[in-house]
Design a protein around this ligand. Structure first.
Ligand code: TA6
Length: 279
C-alpha cells in the first residue's frame, strides 16, 4: 500500500508519497514543486540547492519548478510565470498495487489578488505525479475555463542530480535543430551533449532523450510539449546566483519538456503534456 503523509520542507507544507516498493516523492504545495524523487533503491534523482529558499519568499532552486503561463521572458509577465510562486491544493492521492499518485490543482480563484489582476483569465491547472516502479510520470493539464482564448507557455523545469557534471551527457539529440543562448540556430552534430561550459539550449523536441551520468541512465520521454530545454549555468552564471552555491553547478543539469512560446488555448479547451522519467 502507498502511504501519503504531510511533511515540511524548510517552512513549506509538503506532501510525501511512499509507494509500496519504497520509491518516494516529496512535493511542496508552494508551486506544486517536486523536491525529491527517490527510487526504491534509495537513490535521490533530483537536485535542490542547499542555498535555496524554502519559505515561499521566492522560487525554489531545484527539483521541478512548474512553469506557467510563460517560459523565461517569452511573455509579458514575470520570468517563468507565476505558477511556481503560488500555493497549489492537494486535489487527490491514491494507488493500486502497481502505481500511486498525488494530484495538485491550481485555478484562478486560488491566486492572490495582485497575481489574478496581472493575469485576468479563468483557468484550471492539474499536475499529477505518478510513481510506478522505477518511473516517475508527471501529467500536466491546462484548461481554459473562461469564455475567451488565452496564450500560454509551459515547462517542467526539471533539475537532475547528476553527481559529477564532467561524467554527464545527454544523448538522442544528434541531428536535432536547436537555438543556443547567443540566439544562433544550429543543428547538433555530436551523438552526445557534454557539459564543459554554460549550456542553455532549446531543442526541437524528439520524444525521448537519455541522460547518462557516472552511475545512472535515465530515459526521458515527453508528449504534448514542443521543446527540450537543456541548461547548466556554468561557473560564471552560477557565481552570480545567490540561491546556488558556487560549486553546485557541477552537480546538476536541467532537461525540461517545454512549450517555450506562448500559444493560444481556446475557451473550453484543454492542453495536456506528459513527462515520463525512467531509471
Ligand atoms: O530553462 C533555462 C532557463 O530559462 C535559463 O535561461 C535560466 O535563466 C534558468 O531557466 C533559470 O531561471 P530562474 O528564473 O529559475 O533563475
Amino acid at each position: 500500500m502507498a502511504a501519503v503523509t504531510k511533511v515540511e520542507a524548510g517552512t513549506l507544507p509538503a506532501v510525501k508519497l511512499v509507494a509500496a516498493d519504497g520509491a518516494e516523492i516529496i512535493v511542496a504545495l508552494f508551486g506544486a514543486h517536486l523536491l525529491s524523487w527517490k527510487t526504491a533503491d534509495g537513490k535521490e534523482r533530483m537536485f535542490v540547492s542547499r542555498q535555496s529558499a524554502l519559505d515561499g519568499s521566492k522560487p525554489i532552486r531545484g527539483g521541478v519548478p512548474v512553469i506557467f503561463p510563460q517560459f523565461n521572458m517569452r511573455g509579458p509577465g514575470p520570468k517563468h510565470g507565476f505558477a511556481r510562486n503560488v500555493n497549489w491544493r492537494l486535489g487527490a492521492s491514491g494507488g493500486d498495487g502497481g502505481s500511486s499518485f498525488l494530484r495538485f490543482d491550481l485555478s484562478d480563484g486560488d491566486l492572490p489578488a495582485d497575481v489574478a489582476a496581472s493575469w485576468p483569465h479563468a483557468f484550471a491547472l492539474q499536475l499529477r505525479f505518478v510513481l510506478s516502479g522505477d518511473s516517475l510520470e508527471i501529467d500536466y493539464e491546462v484548461r481554459n475555463t473562461g469564455t475567451q482564448e488565452f496564450p500560454f507557455g509551459a515547462a517542467l523545469h526539471t533539475y537532475y542530480d547528476v553527481g559529477q557534471l564532467d561524467a554527464t551527457s545527454v544523448s538522442g539529440l544528434q541531428g536535432v535543430q536547436y537555438e543556443n543562448h547567443h540566439l544562433q540556430t544550429l543543428v547538433q552534430e555530436h551523438p552526445a551533449l557534454h557539459f564543459t561550459e554554460k549550456q542553455d539550449r532549446l531543442y526541437q523536441a524528439p520524444e525521448s532523450v537519455t541522460l547518462n551520468t557516472a552511475d545512472a541512465t535515465l530515459r526521458l520521454h515527453q508528449e504534448g510539449f514542443s521543446e527540450w530545454v537543456v541548461w547548466n549555468p556554468g561557473a560564471d552564471d552560477a557565481r552570480a546566483m545567490n540561491d546556488l552555491a558556487d560549486d553546485e553547478y557541477l552537480r546538476f543539469i536541467c532537461i525540461e519538456p517545454a512549450r517555450v512560446n506562448q500559444q493560444p488555448l481556446a475557451a473550453g479547451a484543454t492542453w495536456t503534456g506528459r513527462h515520463k522519467v525512467s531509471a
